[in-house]
Design a protein around this ligand. Structure first.
Ligand code: NZQ
Ligand code: ZN
Length: 392
């Protein structure tokens, strides 16, 4: 295990009706004027919007609103949010939604005290050194942004989807009520499940040795997520299954499963090109790219894929045929993604084969000529992985 620092200051408030506490919580964290940031309207349909506003008002706080965040959030609304927050002297941002809303809120929080263009954080021209406080009410377990330091924004005119982050952007508190996720369409639930599993795979696929504790924590989390997913297919209002998936999404990405080990993140980079070009749902893109990435890099560490197959996908252990077992594990991963309604080929996800060179070209802008820690890859490898994902 390598040396590490793990910092997760977020207070997680988890369970039924917890959103009713938002006003009191904001007050206790010193908020006076709150920007309520949300997406395309699901929170209005479900009644969450009214409950949240009432709780904030009851706490005697002022509210400024900015809705309209799109999935794969765009820079345009971030600029608008920064202007609005400055004009109105907002001192706290409350993101009510999923990763897109939370990431947009983080970019605004970082952009307000910064004198330059907030995109500098994504161009690596500047580091976040100050931010206004933010908190979240999570409505979709997926991106893990409610507990992570990361934010991912798309620069619309250049078609660039990039990540950045800072510990200063970890939410002060995150409210997670699994019941709020009952209204999610199965497609969104499934995409979220793939995303959180992928956050684990990015950490699980590591060359760091002697990390057995986090290996096992990750395997247990993956098994729990898979079991809960099948329970949800039977009953989307299974509270315990929703609760398992909600908390799994948070721990998958708040850093605790990656401590002391090198993480990879190449598959996320390959996927971000798909969301940037096709506005593809992040989880759907990952359901396509992860099996292809794993197949392509199987020989990097057959033992690790063997572990995954046996401990997570229930493939019978067979020490004489480790590669065979490992391959069966990847097949079962694909089957699971299909079972929950996700595509596992680029073709099924609606991509175009002739776009592969374009995907590789933007990948070069974002990641350079070579990347990856589990496997050292070049742009040529990336092209081959996209090709493998086409109809494999
Ligand atoms: O916009 P509304 O109307 O609210 O609808 C949303 C949206 O259409 C809907 N939804 C959310 N909660 C709902 C609901 N519909 C009904 N009932 C509910 N309770 O779901 C749709 C998707 O929402 P979105 O926020 O886009 O989903 P997700 O949480 O998957 O976020 C995806 C974004 O997060 C980024 C992704 O790249 C993508 O841009 N990521 C952020 C990370 C981070 N900050 O740490 C890490 C991830 O790897 C990821 O890259
Ligand atoms: Zn992700």
């Amino acid at each position: 295990m390598e040396n590490f620092r793990f910092y997760s200051p977020t207070e997680f408030v988890f369970g039924k009706d917890t959103e009713q506490e938002v006003g009191t919580l904001l007050s206790s964290y010193g908020a006076r004027k709150v920007m309520l940031h949300y997406g395309g309207g699901s929170i209005k349909k479900t009644g969450l919007y009214d409950r949240v506003k009432a709780s904030i008002r009851d706490a005697g706080l002022e509210i400024v609103e900015l809705g309209g965040v799109k999935p794969n959030p765009l820079d345009g609304l971030v600029y608008e949010g920064i202007e609005l927050a400055k004009r109105e002297n907002v001192d706290f941002i409350l993101a009510v939604g999923g990763g897109s809303v939370i990431d947009s809120a983080k970019a605004i929080a970082a952009g307000v005290p910064y004198s330059g263009d907030f995109w500098d954080f994504f161009d690596r021209k500047a580091k976040v050194e100050d931010a206004i406080a933010l908190a979240t009410i999570l409505t979709i377990p997926a991106a893990g942004s409610e507990g992570s330091p990361a934010m991912v924004i798309t620069k619309e005119d250049e078609g660039l989807k990039r990540g950045s982050g800072s510990n200063l952007l970890r939410p002060k508190f995150s409210i997670i009520n699994p019941e709020l996720t009952y209204t999610l369409p199965m497609w969104q639930t499934a995409a979220g499940i793939v995303d959180m599993m992928s956050h684990i795979f990015e950490r699980y696929l590591s060359k760091t040795e002697d990390v057995i504790l986090t290996d096992r924590m990750m395997e247990a989390t993956l098994v729990s997520v898979i079991e809960a997913s099948y329970a949800l297919l039977n009953n989307p209002e299974d509270y315990e299954a929703r609760a398992t998936i909600c908390w799994a999404g948070t721990i998958a990405h708040n850093g605790q499963l990656g401590v002391g080990r090198e993480e990879d993140w190449v598959t996320h980079a390959l996927e971000h090109e798909l969301s940037a070009l096709y506005d593809m749902t992040h989880g759907a893109g990952l359901a396509v790219m992860f099996p292809a990435y794993m197949l392509y890099n199987l020989e990097e560490d057959v033992e690790r894929f063997y572990r995954l197959a046996v401990n997570v996908f229930g493939v019978g252990d067979n020490h004489y045929q480790k590669k065979h077992v490992a391959l069966e594990g990847i097949r079962r991963l694909k089957r699971f993604f299909n079972d929950i309604g996700m595509p596992t080929t680029l073709k099924a996800a609606g991509a175009k084969k002739e776009d592969i060179p374009l995907l590789v070209e933007t990948l070069k802008k974002n990641k350079g000529e070579s990347f990856g820690s589990f496997a050292s890859l070049t742009l040529e490898d990336a092209k081959k992985i996209y090709e493998l994902a086409w109809s494999e």
